[in-house]
Design a binder for this molecule. Structure first.
Ligand code: CP3
Length: 344
């Protein structure tokens, strides 16, 4: 039997001499080969729904760098689209969706079952990837967490402070909870289908968890993660789950235990030393390197990379950035980061 893949060993709680590495948005606009394939597909959404080309861009950073894990190329906003929201991307600005402001807007959405058929090209991408990825590379599937996806569905776009979603939550908590419940159900189905198609790990992105405070954090970040994870574990007990409650700060402490996640992913708002002390004793941790180092490179990139590896060397750790790599990053800095991690 082949030796278990390094990232799966880290997720099972093993401390490894060299942490496995992958990078959020590793297939993306900083790579010329990605830009070429996106142009071939026409636009970003067409690329997401073209299984062959989506698999191709997923493989590009694996060929170039030999990352230990590969993340399915897709987007968290395909789920609301499958549920009936209109979705389009404005070049240079970001996503736009139809909004949810009333019960009637919510009632016009589809049920969670829609996720089976509408998102079938995504499951096909997963199947292609399981055939084409190198044997040692692990495939990660993903979805957005309900709160983060809801912030886009309610506002119809990205917002700096998630104001419209906070307003709906505070003014019409019943309607807001219906949105969250639909997203929980849809996300369980969506991730379960990815696992059935061959995803070996799944990750839940709660990019805006940091704007939820106090009880709101428990209700809308922690509780939905817990419900999604327990439903997935009941169906797929052997598939590890990474949770990313970005910006959670102190609320990172105990998050894995409370939700059942096998690993928590970190932004760059805490130090690696703090992660080692407060969160790593409970299990695997991932992330933390500031994405801006992929733009600036040099001695600061090397010393920060080393610092994170050193700080987390006594427990299970997956090396990653604190957020996605940006389009202005230099591909050579990615190689420098990898070389640094692997020579620590
Ligand atoms: O990490 C990966 O490489 C896997 C693919 C992936 C994408 N988006 C591709 C993408 C993943 C995991 C995501 C997650 C995602 N999408 C999140 C959560 C993580 C985070 O970044 O906080 C969010 C909030 C979205 C929604 C989204 N998609 C926004 C706000 C944008 C526009 C901002 C931007 O970077 O342009 C996108 C577009 C998007 N998703 C791109 C990529 C590669 C860029 C699209 C392009 O090629 O023009």
């Amino acid at each position: 039997m082949a030796e278990q893949k390094t990232i799966l060993r880290a997720l099972a709680g093993e401390r490894l001499p060299t942490p496995p590495i992958w990078m959020m948005r590793q297939a993306g606009r900083y790579l010329p080969e990605y830009r070429a394939t996106r142009a071939q597909a026409g636009d970003f959404l067409s690329l997401c729904y073209n299984s062959e080309l989506a698999a191709e861009v997923t493989l590009q950073p694996i060929r170039r760098y030999g990352f230990d894990a590969s993340i399915l190329f897709s987007d968290i906003l395909l789920l609301p689209q499958a549920l009936g929201a209109d979705l389009w991307f404005v070049t240079g600005e970001g996503p736009r969706l139809s909004t949810i402001q009333s019960q009637a807007d919510f009632d016009a959405l589809k049920t969670a079952d829609a996720v089976h058929d509408t998102l079938s090209p995504i499951y096909e991408t997963v199947r292609i990837l399981r055939r084409e990825l190198p044997r040692e590379t692990t495939l990660i599937g993903f979805a957005g967490a309900p709160w983060t996806v809801a912030t886009y569905m309610i506002a119809g776009r990205g917002t700096p402070d998630q104001g419209p979603a906070h307003a709906l939550k505070d003014q019409n908590p019943e309607l807001f909870q219906q949105v969250i419940d639909l997203l929980i159900e849809g996300t369980v189905t969506y991730l379960s289908e990815q696992i059935k198609a061959g995803a070996e790990i799944v990750k839940l992105f709660d990019s805006w968890a940091g704007s939820l405070k106090g009880e709101d954090f428990d209700r809308y970040a922690l509780e939905p993660a817990k419900r999604i994870i327990s439903a997935l574990k009941a169906m797929h007990p052997d598939t590890p789950i990474i949770a990313f409650p970005r910006g959670a700060g102190e609320r990172y402490v105990g998050f894995a235990k409370a939700t059942g996640a096998d690993c928590v992913a970190f932004d760059d708002g805490v130090t690696a030393e703090w992660m080692a002390q407060h969160v790593q004793p409970d299990g695997c941790v991932q992330g933390n390197l500031k994405s801006s180092h992929m733009v600036t490179g040099g001695a600061a990139l090397v010393s920060e990379t080393r610092r994170i590896v050193q700080a987390l060397r006594n427990g299970p750790h997956i090396f990653n950035l604190g957020h996605g790599i940006t389009p202005d990053a230099d591909p050579e800095n990615v190689q420098l980061m990898i070389d640094t991690v692997r020579s620590c």
